[in-house]
Design a protein around this ligand. Structure first.
Ligand code: COA
Length: 77
């Protein structure tokens, strides 16, 4: 999913579905980014909620995860 403001791409999220043994599926968030001037406006939240809403419609999602550097305090917050 990509978010646009006046035709400018300001945020994006991309996920991969990972099938696990037993039929469960993990969602790995590969990309989550909001262009710096547009941060703290709720766009990152909107992107994450979009993925959460989609995952709720499936009944086989066991977990959703992403990687983040330990010094990336913005993302951890
Ligand atoms: C992480 C990122 C996607 C957040 O996007 P965003 O649009 O700014 O997030 P939101 O506006 O929805 O913020 C949601 C909440 O996260 C927290 N938060 C976000 N940025 C923060 C910061 N710099 N410092 C402290 N808390 C922060 C706050 O609790 C915020 O809620 P609030 O604004 O009501 O206080 C964005 O900072 C980014 O693109 N960072 C660079 C890329 C990255 O690190 N991606 C994640 C690694 S996979």
């Amino acid at each position: 999913m990509t978010t646009y403001f006046s035709d400018v791409c300001v945020g994006s999220i991309a996920c991969r579905l990972e099938k696990k043994e037993g039929g469960a599926v993990s969602i790995y968030i590969m990309i989550l980014g909001v262009w710096a001037p547009y941060r703290r406006l709720g766009i990152g939240t909107k992107l994450l909620k979009h993925v959460l809403n989609l995952s709720e419609k499936q009944n086989n999602i066991s977990d959703i995860y992403l990687h983040v550097l330990t010094n990336n305090e913005d993302a951890i917050a």
